[in-house]
Design a binder for this molecule. Structure first.
Ligand code: ADP
Ligand code: TRP
Length: 331
């Protein structure tokens, strides 16, 4: 028997401007998955963003910004259902059903919750039950593959647990998904401008469409030391190479590393590496940045595209919701 085609699904919160980590860990994988057969659903997790974004206009703008970013970077709304999470309210119903089979202990173990609290976010019940809503997002469409960065893997594992608990109590309703990480581990966990994991909440992120002086300034923040260019150095100890590795072709990257390792007259200093990094960043994101600006100039069109995506996605979620209600005796 042939296995059915996979259903890819993932989401990103509209909680600020998407950064290099979001791009390599998530957005790029989502766009690349369009080349694989199967169905593709990607959404903007605005219900989730309410756990941290308090202002209505900010949230609305962030949603459009993230949609324009995705489309500029190659997401094709003709090939994927691309939508806003809150346009499919059935996920909140499914989340309630899942909440009734989820132990407190499972949620208490969530790293992401613990990290956010440790970073000073005052936790709401919504932040605590965030993984249940995320599980509902995934299970609502019978998703099988969930492409995410490393920090979201535990949430996908929790989704598997919730599906298993629900199914063992009420029968085979939900499909168990698998997480998928980028092939390269440096893309699954991109470092921030200060060396920790890059994250909006740590203020160490680099917006994918940064340009000009602001770009130079951000790259200027990447830590270096005071050694002279001529002193031979181990490239694996130089953080700038973590970023260059994401953006340069292998051969060019190796040449820079060889020159830094050899040292001596004419070896590149940190300033040279930073200039090359800014150029490579511009080459990589410049064309998409121009498209992004065009798309942002027509917010009504962005809204229309999102609504079209939601119509199709919603049909699927309604069917799964009905199946789940039936199974637990609510129909
Ligand atoms: P942030 O930590 O900046 O708030 P999100 O939690 O909104 O980012 O993450 C959105 C997506 O981007 C997720 O799939 C997540 O795994 C991925 N992601 C976030 N930060 C990184 C990073 N530094 N490296 C790789 N992927 C990341
Ligand atoms: N929690 C994810 C993040 O912070 C966003 C998200 C919400 C998500 N629902 C999802 C990711 C479902 C994958 C699948 O990035």
């Amino acid at each position: 028997m042939s296995t059915p085609a996979p259903t890819f699904l993932s989401g990103i919160q509209p909680s600020g401007r998407p950064h290099l980590g979001n791009y390599f860990g998530a957005i790029r994988q989502h766009v690349d998955s369009l080349e694989e057969p199967g169905e593709h659903l990607f959404f903007i997790a605005d219900y989730h963003a309410l756990t941290t974004v308090k202002d209505a206009d900010t949230l609305r703008n962030n949603v459009r910004d993230l949609a324009a970013t995705y489309f500029a970077l190659g997401m094709d709304p003709e090939r994927a259902m691309f939508f806003r999470q809150s346009d499919v309210p059935e996920v909140t119903e499914i989340a309630w059903l899942l909440a009734t089979v989820t132990g407190m202990g499972l949620l208490e173990r969530a790293h992401s919750y613990k990290d956010k609290v440790a970073n000073g976010i005052k936790p709401s019940v919504g932040l605590f039950t965030y993984p249940i809503l995320m599980a509902a997002d995934i299970l609502a469409y019978d998703s099988t593959i969930v492409p995410v960065g490393k920090d979201q893997v535990q949430h996908v594992e929790m989704t598997q647990d919730m599906a298993t608990h629900f199914n063992s109590r009420h029968g085979e309703v939900f499909t168990r998904p698998e997480a998928r990480l980028p092939e390269r581990s440096d893309m699954a966990k991109v470092p921030g401008l200060d060396g920790q994991k890059m994250s909006k909440s740590y203020g160490n992120d680099l917006w994918v469409f940064e340009e000009g002086k602001a770009l130079k300034k951000a790259i200027g923040r990447i830590p270096t030391d005071s050694r002279e260019p001529s002193e031979p150095k181990d490239p694996s100890e130089i953080q700038l190479f973590d970023f260059l590795a994401l953006l340069l072709e292998d051969q060019e990257l190796q040449e820079w590393k060889d020159r830094v390792e050899a040292g001596g007259e004419g070896a590149p200093g940190y300033g040279h590496l930073k200039v090359r990094l800014a150029e490579a960043f511009d080459d990589h994101f410049g064309p998409a940045r121009a498209r992004y600006k065009e798309l942002m100039a027509d917010p009504a069109e962005l809204d229309r595209v999102l609504l079209r995506g939601a119509e199709k996605a919603r049909e699927r979620a309604v069917a799964v919701r009905d199946r789940a209600l039936q199974a637990c005796g609510l129909r």
